[in-house]
Design a protein around this ligand. Sequence first.
Ligand code: NAG
Ligand code: NAG
Ligand code: NAG
Length: 532
Amino acid sequence: MTSARQPFLALIFDLCKQTRLFKAIMVMLSPLLQTLTSTHHIRTKQPRHVVEQVYEKSMEEFTAETRAVFEKPLSLDRLLDYSDKLQKEYKERLQSSNISMLPSYQHTLPTGLEKGDFLALDVGGSTFRVALIRLCGRKENGESEIQIRRIRNVVIDKKIRDLKGQEFFDWMAERIADMLAEYNHMNGTTDARLPMGLAWSFPVEQTSPRTGKLLAMGKGFCATHGCEEQDLSELIMRSCRRKNVNVEMRAIVNDGSATLVSQAYRDPTARMSLILGTGMNAAVYLPTTALARAKFGPRPAAWFRSAAHVLVNTELSMFGKHTLPTTRWDDALNAAHTLPDFQPLEYLCTGRYLGEIARLILLDAIASAGLFAGHVPELLTEPYALDTRLLAAFEADPDPALSTASATFLASHRLPPSAPAPRQEDWLFLRTTAQLVSRRAQAYLATALHALWRLRTREEGLEPGCDGSAVSIACNGTLAEKYPGFLQGTQGVLDALCGEGMGVGEGGRKVALEMAPESSILGAAVAVCCAE
Ligand SMILES: *[C@@H]1O[C@H](CO)[C@@H](O)[C@H](O)[C@H]1NC(C)=O
Ligand SMILES: *[C@@H]1O[C@H](CO)[C@@H](O)[C@H](O)[C@H]1NC(C)=O
Ligand SMILES: *[C@@H]1O[C@H](CO)[C@@H](O)[C@H](O)[C@H]1NC(C)=O
């Protein structure tokens, strides 16, 4: 009966792998660990019911300690202090950074009065979507309407990713041709010419609102083969012209811009957007004077003459390194990351990382406080093996016994047959962990958004309480959409930070998070109007 010991050793091995710091600590502790494991070895030879593993601390102590380190930084005073510091970071990078606070070419937002039919394209890692979009303008009730009249999702499988250079764009042109034919059929025309917008979720170096240099796409795509640095618009248009597809590329947008402009069409207070899924990003609409001239790079003088504002890609994930307090588990995650320190806010707040932070806490609790009676569930020693969806399951389970969530957990992370059945207390600890990790993510995210709102308000020369200062933030992404209570929790912290109750904007809110459904495809169409 040494099975209890094996996971314990595996765990130490895993922790050692996490960081060099851990390694050093383990070396220092190794005599103690040896004694621990050898006594353990002797004990496990006794019948199981008398086995009493000695742990550093009780589960209650571990829980209390974890709660304290997660909750301590979240008092309103502290969050406001981080917000001040983040505003300083933003200001610095608006002056000089070539990786964050990047101005786009987009300098107007839609008015909501624009009308017309558009072809919208959305190219992502696994799907290509083509749609016919109608902007209907403002209706009698004062609301502006957008219709998706037709939409087609095409899976991008390996065969498509393998298409080299122009072949990939020829493949796109065929799907565009089908959609245009459908439009002509619906419209009773034979030769309609449609303006087209593209949401491109890959790197592109924009050179105007409608053009941009194709950069390496990653994710196994070969489309850049022989075409790197060529104009993306022209690559698509070349394929369309060859097939006599009567369209005209008028706008290229990234996720963040697409989300903001699609929402701005319907909501005149939309000034920021937030993408919150596996990763994160935000865009903000600022006066051009907020950025140093050098940040804009070479642009035609005409652009500067016509642009009073500009849509800025913040790369928000990269902020907060020296501002937001972290725990020892965050530090272990960061140290083991392929790009340590690169996206500090993202490592604390997004779908890819919440599960990983929780995994490191669980391993710690197993080893030092006897969670699961010291047994390591299957795969839990694998980095990134704990899916954030499992945390969501623990937060969503209304059953006090957490029966659904615990079954879901055990389906991916079985306990060894020799392990005793988990106690209620174990499952409650998992739920507490999910709550602590996600609440902190909501608080930090709200703080980063609050800082962005304050920056925007100041750059516009507005008072934080006055009418024009109320904004809505257009949101998209799976974490925002699917994680139970995530957006509401973030809104709650934002309200507190903004000192709600002073009566501005809708429901007295100064900053309102709004889901922006279908933001990429709609944003691609709306962007065509903004680019005019
Ligand atoms: C970005 O800026 C850093 C210094 O701040 C510089 O070393 C680097 O070469 C720049 N990169 C580009 C692509 O301009
Ligand atoms: C669709 O049909 C209407 C009415 O015949 C026409 O005015 C319009 O130009 C057509 N749309 C396009 C994009 O050609
Ligand atoms: C926004 O959400 C939709 C699903 O509602 C998704 O298809 C789309 O890719 C998302 N867009 C962005 C920019 O995240």
